[in-house]
Write a protein that binds this ligand. Structure first.
Ligand code: AMP
Length: 395
C-alpha cells in the first residue's frame, strides 16, 4: 500500500510545531509518522529551523527531550537535498555522530535506521567492546552515509585507514559533558581535526550541561556567532514527580521490596552509587522473589545489551544500575526511578530522574535519604534551586 503525506494528518496547534512545517523529505515524513511522532518536541522546534538552514547549533538538552531525532532529521534532510554526484569511497561518511557510550551510540544507530526506513541512506555504527571484525566487514561492504561512533574505536579504525573523515559534511557531538567526564576529549579532539575545517562542515554540539570547559569545546568546534544555546525548560524534568523518603541505611533494601510488592511498578530503574552494591542489591531482590537484573560497568557488553532489550520488551521489569551504565538506558515507559542512594553529583540526579517522564509521559522518582545520603542533600538543593522535603515512606 502506498503512503501519502495526507495520511500523516496532524492539525496545526497553537504553540506547537508540526514536522510538516519544515518541508522534510516525504520518505522521512513517512518514517516519522510510523514512529508515532505528532508534534516537534521543544528542542526539535528550536534546533530544526537553524540546523536545516545549515547553521551550527549548540544545544543544551538532556536525554528524553528528542534531541537525537532533532539532529538525525536534520542530517537526513541535508543528504536528501544534496544528493551525491558519485558515491564516496567506502569508509568515508558524509556525517559523523560521536557519542560517549556504546549504549548511546547503538541507540542513535537504531533511531537513524528507523528514520531512514524509506530512504537509501546507510548508517553504520562502530563502538568498542563489540566485534571489531564484523564492524570492519560492514564498512567494507558498502559506502556509509552516517557513521555513529564512540571515540576510542573510531580512532582504531582511522589508524588502520578503514575510515577517513575527509568528506564529513556534518559533525554531531552528543553528550559532550559526558565525554569530558569520561576523559575522551583528547580522542575527540583528534577526531575533530580529521574532519574538514569548521568553516567547511556543519557542527551540531549537544550537552546536558554547560560549564566553562564544555563552553570552551563548543567555542572551538563550532562557528562563533552562529551558535545558539537552548536552555532546558527547567533543571529537573517537569513531568517527574520527585519524592524523597527518609529511611535508615539498613532499612533501604526491605523498603524497596515492600514498595515493589505493593505497587508492582511497570518498569523501574534503581540507581545505586557503587558497582558492588548494585550486584548485592540485585541478588537480594532476586532472593526476595523480585525478578531483576544488574547493569554495571563490569557486566559484559553482550549481557548488557540483552538485558536492555529485555527491559525494552517488558520481559524484565526492574534493573539495578550504576550511573555510568544507566546513562545508556534510553527506554520509553519507565514509570519509576529509585535513587537507592543519593548521587554525590547533583547532575547525576537530574540524569537519573530524566530516565522517566520521557517524551511527555509522567514519571515518579523516589530518592531514599538515609543518614549517609543527607550529606549530598545541600548540593542537590542548591542545584535544583529549591529545598527538598523529605517525608516518611508512603507505602
Ligand atoms: P532522546 O532525547 O533523543 O533520547 O529521545 C527521547 C524519546 O523521545 C525517544 O524514544 C524518541 O523516540 C522520542 N521522540 C523523539 N521525538 C519525538 C516526538 N517529536 N514526539 C514523540 N516522541 C519523540
Amino acid at each position: 500500500m502506498s503512503w501519502k503525506l495526507e495520511d500523516f494528518d496532524i492539525p496545526p496547534e497553537e504553540g506547537k510545531d508540526r514536522f510538516h512545517d519544515f518541508a522534510l523529505p516525504e520518505p522521512l515524513m513517512r518514517a516519522i509518522h510510523q514512529l508515532g511522532y505528532e508534534y516537534c518536541t521543544p528542542i526539535q522546534s528550536a534546533v530544526l529551523p537553524l540546523s536545516l538552514a545549515d547553521y551550527d547549533v549548540t544545544g543544551q538538552a538532556q536525554t528524553g527531550t528528542g534531541k537525537t531525532a532533532a539532529f538525525l532529521i536534520s542530517v537526513f534532510t541535508h543528504f536528501w537535498e544534496n544528493p551525491l554526484q558519485e558515491p564516496l569511497p567506502k569508509g568515508s561518511p558524509r556525517a559523523l555522530v560521536l557519542a560517549p557510550t556504546r549504549e548511546l551510540a547503538l541507540q542513535i544507530e537504531g533511531d537513524a535506521k528507523a528514520l531512514t526506513k524509506y530512504m537509501d541512506e546507510v548508517t553504520h555504527c562502530v563502538v568498542g567492546g563489540m566485534d571489531f571484525q564484523k564492524q570492519r566487514e560492514k564498512l567494507q561492504r558498502s559506502p556509509v552515509d552516517l557513521l555513529v561512533a564512540t571515540p576510542g574505536r573510531l580512532i582504531d579504525f582511522i589508524n588502520r585507514r578503514d575510515i577517513n573523515l575527509r568528506n564529513v559534511e556534518i559533525l554531531v557531538i552528543d553528550e559532550a559533558d559526558r565525554m569530558l567526564d569520561m576523559g575522551f576529549i583528547p580522542d575527540v579532539r583528534r577526531i575533530v581535526y580529521q574532519t574538514p575545517h569548521k568553516r567547511d562542515r556543519q557542527t551540531l554540539f549537544f550537552s546536558a550541561t554547560f560549564n566553562d570547559d564544555v563552553m570552551r569545546l563548543a567555542d572551538s568546534w563550532t562557528l562563533q556567532g552562529e551558535h545558539v544555546v537552548i536552555q532546558p525548560e527547567s533543571v529537573a524534568t517537569d513531568n517527574v514527580e520527585q519524592k524523597f523518603w527518609l529511611v535508615s541505611t539498613e532499612a533501604k533494601a526491605k523498603l524497596l521490596v515492600s514498595f515493589i510488592e505493593q505497587h508492582k511498578p511497570e518498569r523501574m530503574l534503581i540507581f545505586s552509587n557503587r558497582r558492588d552494591q548494585t550486584h548485592r542489591l540485585q541478588k537480594y531482590l532476586s532472593k526476595k522473589g523480585v525478578d531483576c537484573e544488574a547493569l554495571a560497568g563490569d557486566v559484559p557488553q553482550r549481557k548488557r545489551l540483552s538485558t536492555l532489550n529485555r527491559f525494552k520488551d517488558g520481559e524484565v521489569h526492574y534493573i539495578v544500575a550504576t550511573d555510568v551504565a544507566g546513562r545508556g538506558i534510553h527506554v520509553d515507559g519507565i514509570s519509576h526511578v529509585v535513587n537507592y542512594d543519593l548521587p554525590e553529583d547533583p547532575e547525576d540526579y537530574v540524569h537519573r530522574i530524566g530516565r522517566t517522564g520521557r517524551a511527555g509521559a509522567d514519571g515518579i522518582s523516589i530518592s531514599f535519604v538515609s543518614e549517609d545520603d543527607a550529606f549530598n542533600l545541600p548540593a542537590l538543593e542548591e542545584y535544583l534551586g529549591a529545598p527538598v522535603s523529605c517525608v516518611q515512606p508512603e507505602l
